[in-house]
Design a protein around this ligand. Structure first.
Ligand code: 5AD
Ligand code: SF4
Length: 458
C-alpha cells in the first residue's frame, strides 16, 4: 500500500511500544516492516508521532496496569492532536477489547495477535472512515500470514522466527491459549526458505519461537510427518547459520530423542529453557502441567548426561492458589537440586477466565512477595556460583553489540549457553556479528567478563 499524495509530501512518524515476550517482539518486527513499507518512519519520541501503537501483553495484571497507564498518557496527547492514530494490539487487545474501548475512548484501532499482519489494511480502512469510528478486529483463529508480510528485524545478527502460533496446553493459570488461540504450525518448507533467506542476509543466529515448540508439527503430522526434531535437523543443515536456539519448551514433550538431536547437531546451542513453574507435585497437578518432579528430574539428568556443559534456565511462579509453605520449600529444594543457570520468577497473578482461582485459597500478597525474594536470593547465589565456575575457561561468543569505553571498544555478546559476556578490544576492526573466543576472567550472577584470545578470531 502507498500513501496518498497529500500524505506522501510529509514524513509520517510511528511510535511503537512492545510489552511481553519474544513472540510479541517478533510481532512488532512485522508491524514495523509493514508500516515502513507504507512510508512511515520510526520515532522514539512519542510527541512527534502521527501513529502510536501499543503491542500488548496480558500474562500478568501488573503489565496490564502499566499498559493502561501508557494509554492514559497517549489519550492526553491525542486531546491536543486529534489527528493522531492510536492503536492497541496484541494479547491484551484480544482478551479485553470491550474493556479497552470503555477505559480508553481515544483508541482508534483494537486488533488481536492474529491481525498483526493486516495492519496496512486496517489503517487504510480506518483512514477512509470519515467518522473515525474505533475499528475492532480480534479473531485468534485467523491463520498465519507471516511469509508474505514485510518484516524489519531489530537485530542484524539474531533473527526471531515463529514456527507456530497458539497453545493447546491450558495450564490452569495461563491466559495465553485463550488469547493466542489453538496451535498452528507453519509448513516446514516455508520456515526453511525463510531461514535460507536470512542466512543470505548474513544473520548468524536463528531463534525459533513458539509457546510450546516441542509440539511443532503435531497439527501437520497426518500430511507431512514433520515434527520439531525433523525441523531442527533441517535447520542445522542450512549454510552460514552458526547458531540455532528455540523457546519455549514444555517438559511434558521434552523427550530423550530431542536431547539426542541437540547432542548430534553442532549448530543447536547447549541452552535449554524449560519452565518448571513449581517444585511441588501437588501444585504441578493443580497447574495442569502434565508432569511431576520425577519426570522433570529425568529430563534434567538426560540433558546433563548427553549435553555436557549445557545450561538450563526456567520460569518459576510463587503463590499459586493454595501453595503452602511446604510446597514452596519443595520449589526451593528443586532449585538447589537442579542448579538452574538462570530463572525468570513471577508472583502468581489471577487471570479472569482461567481455572486457577477455583483451585485453592489465594495466598496473601505479603507471603507471595516474601517467597519471591527468598527465591531470587537463593537463585542469585546459584547463578553466581555457576558463572564463577567458568573463570579461566575459553568460551565462544557471538558478538552482538558494542559501545565506546575510552579509546577501547567494549563488546557484548552471548555464549552458546546463552550467558552474557563482555570484553574490550583496542583495535578499530569491527567485531559485530563475529564469533570470537574469549577467556573468562571474572563473573557475577548475570555477566561473564573476559579478554579476547588473540589470533582466535573466526
Ligand atoms: N501469573 C504469573 N505468572 C504467569 N505466567 C503465565 N501465567 C501467569 C500468571 N497468571 C508465567 C509462567 C510462564 C511465563 C511466560 O509467565 O511462568 O512460563
Ligand atoms: Fe501458557 Fe502453559 Fe501454554 Fe505456556 S504451555 S503458554 S504456560 S498454557
Amino acid at each position: 500500500m502507498v500513501l496518498s499524495t497529500k500524505e506522501a509530501t510529509k514524513t509520517l512518524f510511528y511510535h511503537l511500544e512492545t510489552f511481553g515476550c519474544q513472540m510479541n517482539v517478533n510481532d512488532s518486527e512485522y508491524l514495523s516492516g509493514q508500516l515502513e513499507e507504507m512510508g512511515y518512519v520510526m520515532t522514539r519520541d512519542i510527541n512527534i508521532a502521527d501513529l502510536i501503537i501499543l503491542n500488548t501483553c496480558c500474562v500478568r495484571a501488573k503489565v496490564e496496569q502499566k499498559i493502561y497507564s501508557r494509554a492514559g498518557i497517549i489519550s492526553k496527547i491525542k486531546k491536543f492532536k486529534p489527528y493522531i492514530i492510536f492503536g492497541i494490539c496484541g494479547c491484551m487487545a484480544q482478551k479485553g477489547k470491550e474493556m479497552i474501548k470503555k477505559r480508553v475512548p481515544a483508541v482508534d484501532l483494537i486488533f488481536g495477535p492474529s491481525q498483526i499482519t493486516s495492519v496496512q489494511k486496517l489503517l487504510e480502512n480506518f483512514k477512509q472512515n470519515k467518522r473515525r469510528k474505533t475499528t475492532i478486529l480480534c479473531d485468534n483463529k485467523e491463520s498465519f500470514q507471516l511469509a508474505s508480510t514485510p518484516i524489519k528485524h531489530q537485530s542484524s545478527i539474531t533473527a526471531y522466527l515463529q514456527i507456530m502460533k497458539g497453545c493447546n496446553n491450558f495450564c490452569s493459570y495461563c491466559i495465553v491459549p485463550y488469547v493466542r488461540g489453538p496451535e498452528e504450525s507453519r509448513p516446514a518448507e516455508e520456515i526453511l526458505l525463510e531461514i535460507e533467506s536470512l542466512a543470505q542476509k548474513n544473520f548468524k543466529e536463528i531463534m525459533l519461537l513458539g509457546q510450546n515448540v516441542n509440539s511443532y508439527g503435531y497439527d501437520l503430522n497426518l500430511k507431512t510427518k514433520e515434527n520439531f526434531l525433523t525441523l531442527l535437523s533441517k535447520v542445522n543443515n542450512i549454510k552460514n547459520i552458526e547458531r540455532i536456539r528455540f523457546i519455549t519448551s514444555h517438559p511434558k514433550d521434552f523427550n530423550l530423542d530431542l536431547v539426542k538431536v541437540i547432542e548430534k547437531h553442532p549448530k543447536i546451542c547447549e541452552h535449554i529453557h524449560l519452565p518448571l513453574q513449581s517444585g511441588s507435585d501437588t501444585i504441578l497437578k493443580k497447574m495442569n502441567r502434565k508432569y511431576n518432579m520425577e519426570q522433570y528430574y529425568n529430563i534434567i539428568n538426560n540433558i546433563k548426561e548427553h549435553i555436557p556443559g549445557a545450561s538450563i534456565s526456567s520460569d518459576i511462579m510463587v503463590g499459586f492458589p493454595g501453595e503452602t509453605e511446604r510446597d514452596f520449600e519443595e520449589t526451593i529444594q528443586a532449585l538447589k537440586n537442579i542448579g538452574f543457570d538462570s530463572v525468570y520468577s513471577f508472583i502468581y497473578s489471577n487471570r479472569e477466565g482461567t481455572l486457577s482461582p477455583f483451585l485453592g485459597k489465594d495466598v496473601p500478597l505479603e507471603t507471595k512477595k516474601k517467597r519471591l525474594w527468598t527465591l531470587l536470593d537463593i537463585q542469585k547465589d546459584i547463578a553466581n556460583q555457576k558463572n564463577r565456575y567458568l573463570i579461566g575457561e575459553t568460551v565462544e561468543i557471538l558478538v552482538e553489540s558494542s559501545s565506546k569505553k575510552g579509546i577501547e571498544k567494549q563488546y557484548w555478546g552471548k555464549t552458546r549457553t546463552n550467558k552474557v559476556a563482555v570484553f574490550t578490544y583496542p583495535y578499530q576492526e569491527d567485531l559485530l556479528g563475529r564469533l570470537v573466543n574469549v577467556k573468562i576472567q571474572n563473573a557475577d550472577a548475570y555477566t561473564l567478563y573476559g579478554e579476547l584470545i588473540n589470533g582466535k578470531l573466526k
